[in-house]
Design a protein around this ligand. Sequence first.
Ligand SMILES: Cc1ncc(COP(=O)(O)O)c(C=O)c1O
Length: 412
Amino acid sequence: MVRGRLMAEGVPVEALARRYGTPLYVYSQSHLASRFAALAEAMAPVDPLICYSVKVNTNAAVIGTFAGLGAGADVVSGGELYRARRAGVPPSRIVFAGVGKTREEIEYALRANILFFTVESEPELDRIAECARRLGRKARIALRANPDVDPETHHYISTGKAENKFGLDLRRIERAYRRAAAHPSLEIAGLHMHIGSQILNPAPYGRALERVAGLCRRLRARYPTFRYLDLGGGLGIQYRPDQHPLDPARFAKIVLPFMQASGLRIVLEPGRFLVGNAGILVTRVQYVKSGPSKKFIIVDAGMNDLIRPPLYQAHHEIVSVRATRGAVFGDVVGPICESADFLAQDRRLPAVREGDLLAVMSAGAYGFAMASNYNSRGRPAEVLVQGRRHALVRRRERREDLVRGEVAPRWS
Ligand SMILES: Cc1ncc(COP(=O)(O)O)c(C=O)c1O
């Protein structure tokens, strides 16, 4: 806040809302760069390959910012691979994850000659081998280990426990490596893990590394091409005032000794950590409705624009774009016809009036990327700010965009 006005770097958020309309995603480029630098610096002793996790925020300006800083990309679909390449990420720094890769996606990635596939099951391994053979190429692969550790986060974003669908358990994985080695079209490049998201305590990373330490030693001795340990993403950020983001130095303190001893090159796939706190969602108050027990601040952003609160019970701070006096108790809700359509519930909120602007904080990660057209609402515009400069990096969707691609059946 500067003189009672919320700023995005050197630009008043009010001015951005006036210029580009609402709802509006605003990202700070300096914040993106400083998060990347903080992680790169903390991990510098082991020369990390930081592959930005594209799923988190898919805007080309965001991916391009990281590509310009030397980042690679972690992709989970042919669409994300397309985006990463288009934004300038060299294929030699792209890794491809996901449990359900199709033949078409595998062949697209093989033709692009990406760094490696992270492989989640034996049938997927066989399919990648078959695709590579057909194309006369060699596919580099890293099997995804499920180390069965609790990342101490929300169960929807916990991915490294035995009951999750991801990866191969440690008893099975060595057999899967032998299966990979029997395919002449595969090259064993490394091991992958991703234990969960929004991890605030680095200890689970240490536990996961301990579980795979012996395995890595054996694999390195057995397969000369085994050279990467991809630790995934998951580093947590601050959503609530009393939370502390995962400090890269604390993360490094746990991870560096293991990596230095292993002789492997580390790959990281951070997403939320790099973009979460760099973005806000700006929304305008449409109505203030008094219910019997609380107020409803009805805004022009809904669950189609930011689904995290209903999907994950996620907390986002909500602040008034212009300093206000007084507070009310209630919910911030959107215009969607669902009771799950809320941005905040049962909170002390700024006493705003119709026409005022609110900012939903820490909305840079899994915000626009998860937005939909539900209730036939166009998705918001996105703006990138750098210092006093600002640029529209995705225009607001228009009504025509809603029906693009739809065709009437011939018989109608
Ligand atoms: C394989 C993989 N890598 C990286 C990420 C990014 O996670 P985060 O945003 O928590 O860093 C995810 C998130 O789902 C993932 O599944």
